[in-house]
Design a protein around this ligand. Structure first.
Ligand SMILES: [Zn+2]
Length: 62
């Protein structure tokens, strides 16, 4: 399933977006503030095969 995780650079909100076409990527906007200043998060929540995973309980946006 072509679902990507995005993080809004404006308000820090993270959300998932279903991308069916490549052109959809340019249309992705934050559902909270409606801005398109978003970046794709490469870290999939449940599909990580790399070495270092995300630190549990770490700080971040709140
Ligand atoms: Zn936002």
């Amino acid at each position: 399933m072509p679902i990507y995780e995005y993080r809004c650079q404006s308000c820090g909100h993270t959300f998932e977006e279903l991308i069916l076409r490549r052109s959809d990527e340019a249309e992705v906007a934050c559902p909270r503030c409606q801005k398109r200043d978003v970046s794709k998060e490469m870290s999939a929540p449940a599909a990580v095969g790399g070495g270092c995973g995300p630190s549990p309980g770490g700080g971040g946006f709140s």
